[in-house]
Design a protein around this ligand. Structure first.
Ligand code: FES
Length: 125
């Protein structure tokens, strides 16, 4: 069996939503101290809906695929749904990750949460 699923390879080679939102409503940046990878997620939010989302990931292929998938999964969803995104859901949507790469999907979950928290902080919520 291949180490990485077709879906992981596809999102790694052709990541969705890469980039920066200049006037983002929430920005979340997280890192993993062990591997040194960093993930940043930008959110545009209107009426509690994630209307736009972009990411910058300085990290491994699994982290790039996880951020790409996570942004696809929260685009057009409510903030609550975005907050409820788990790394397991991202991993499943990617068709699985090798055990030693599961932390890459955790980074995606944490980055989305950090971006929503930043949004709440800016709103004074
Ligand atoms: Fe650390 Fe993938 S190896 S995020």
């Amino acid at each position: 069996m291949a180490l990485y699923s077709e879906k992981v390879m596809e999102h790694f080679r052709n990541p969705r939503n890469v980039g920066v939102i200049e006037n983002a409503d929430g920005v979340g940046e997280v890192g993993n101290a062990r591997c040194g990878d960093i993930m940043k997620i930008y959110l545009k939010i209107e009426n509690d809906i994630v209307t736009d989302v972009k990411f910058e990931t300085f990290g491994c292929g699994s982290a790039i695929a996880s951020s790409s998938m996570a942004t696809e999964m929260i685009r057009g969803r409510s903030i609550e749904e975005a907050l409820g995104l788990t790394n397991q859901a991202v991993t499943e949507a990617l068709g699985g990750l090798p055990p030693h790469k599961v932390h890459c999907s955790v980074l995606a979950e944490e980055a989305v949460r950090a971006a929503v928290k930043d949004y709440y902080d800016r709103q004074g919520l």
